[in-house]
Design a protein around this ligand. Structure first.
Ligand SMILES: [Fe+2]
Length: 419
């Protein structure tokens, strides 16, 4: 919000690398505010479930991350905005002090949204001042953490979208978050029949190759032995998934993992989250409808299905006579001829549990808590969704969520073994 004026104030002699980093910082920070710009203050305070956070909290937490990880350790002249904000907006960093309980983030009517905007502006100014006047040694030491902070903010930008969508899905009015369908949010559709693309198997190299940014969980790069397999050339569509629903897929326990069937029973699942069955009083028209960022719209049979748990993805694959790919199979097929929709449409559940790669070591310091401590009880998703900021994901990127999570833009791609 204060970025343009901050940029104008930058000394003309600022080295190009610092100017470029400052510009990138401004762009990423501005995008968070742009995402929230169609929301009212009341929208931005609500917390619809413990797993989701208010928009206002996301805006503040991403600022706290820069304050706690970049400015506090490396910019001695920086003065924190408010002494209580570290407690309010620390998410899960045990080494950085006590925290407000996650399920109670929606109770934080104070600070107000305007105070959170002022907090963001304060942190923005602090980072830009550090880039402009900070010593070379301090800036060099902080550069990887600043980069991590930008990647972290981009992750929260997708969470702003998924969390407000969940909040709105709980509102009987089913309001539209984005009144106009923006190109960046449009899910690509396909009417083409599914084709299988073969991989001969053998040893493949998996993980980040060392060029550019990557999270610690994408490393070290290592060899994995694959058996021959085939991967679907595109994502499963809503039309295909509807046939699973109408074939009684949610009433046939033999298709489901035990935990998945228990979730179906306990949660009363009968279709993907945000699908409205024919006759639903909230729907404006007959037939299957889907609630999304643009409100309620008729189900598009050619659009990739999203809002699936891992359990639903696995059950659909079983029904289709196939299986989910491992994360290694998925990565090995990146860029293969004939493969489409690998990124930018929907996150794709894999059959791989979220485990450390051989030789994995968390980052040093507090940011060592970023990924490694979550490596239990979660499944890996690959790809990236229509809500993933452009340029954020990459072939080695590992997203992860508990198998019952349905509020992300998560779909699936089929795989099968072959001789
Ligand atoms: Fe975070």
């Amino acid at each position: 919000m204060s970025s343009p004026s901050t940029l104008r104030q930058r000394p003309a002699a600022l080295p190009a690398s610092r100017a470029a980093l400052g510009e990138r910082f401004s762009q990423v920070r501005a995008h968070s505010l742009a995402l929230a710009s169609t929301l009212d203050p009341e929208d931005q305070c609500v917390q619809s479930m413990p797993d989701a956070s208010p928009t206002k909290w996301h805006l503040a937490h991403t600022s706290w991350f820069f304050e706690a990880v970049v400015l506090a350790p490396h910019a001695p002249e920086y003065v924190p905005f408010h002494p209580a904000f570290a407690r309010l907006f620390n998410s899960y960093y045990e080494t950085l002090g006590p925290r407000h309980p996650r399920p109670q983030r929606g109770l934080l009517t104070r600070p107000t949204l305007s105070q959170v905007h002022a907090y963001r502006a304060h942190v923005d100014s602090g980072v830009q001042a550090f880039l402009a006047t900070g010593g070379e040694a301090a800036r060099t030491a902080a550069a990887p953490l600043l980069d991590l902070g930008l990647q972290h903010e981009q992750q929260h930008q997708e969470l702003i979208a998924t969390d407000i969508l969940h909040a709105f899905s709980c509102n009987p009015l089913l309001p539209a978050w984005q009144p106009q369908e923006a190109p960046a949010l449009r899910l690509a559709s396909t009417t083409a029949a599914l084709r299988w693309v073969r991989h001969v198997g053998g040893h493949v190299e998996i993980g980040h190759d060392g060029a550019g940014f990557a999270f610690d969980n994408e490393q070290p790069r290592h060899a994995v032995l694959l058996q021959p397999f085939e991967l679907a050339d595109r994502l499963v569509t809503c039309g295909e998934y509807l046939r699973f629903v109408e074939d009684g897929g949610y009433a046939r326990p033999t298709l489901w993992l035990s935990d998945g069937w228990a979730a179906v029973q306990a949660q009363g699942w009968s279709a993907p989250a945000y699908w409205l069955a024919p006759g639903d009083a909230r729907a404006p028209a007959d037939g299957w409808q889907v609630f999304g960022p643009n409100g309620v719209r008729p189900l598009d049979p050619a659009a990739p299905v999203t809002q699936l748990s891992f359990y639903e993805a696995a059950a659909y694959a079983e029904w289709a006579g196939a299986r989910l790919p491992t994360e290694f199979e998925w990565e090995a097929m990146w860029g293969a001829p004939g493969i489409a929709q690998m990124s930018g449409h929907a996150w794709q559940w894999t059959r791989s549990s979220y485990e450390p790669y051989p030789g994995f070591r968390p980052l040093a310091g507090a940011v060592g808590e970023y990924n490694g401590k979550f490596m239990v009880g979660q499944q890996v998703l690959r790809g990236g969704s229509a809500f993933t900021p452009p340029g954020h994901a990459r072939p080695s990127y590992r997203n992860f969520f508990p198998p019952g999570a349905r509020w992300q833009f998560s779909g699936l791609r089929l795989a099968r073994g072959c001789a």
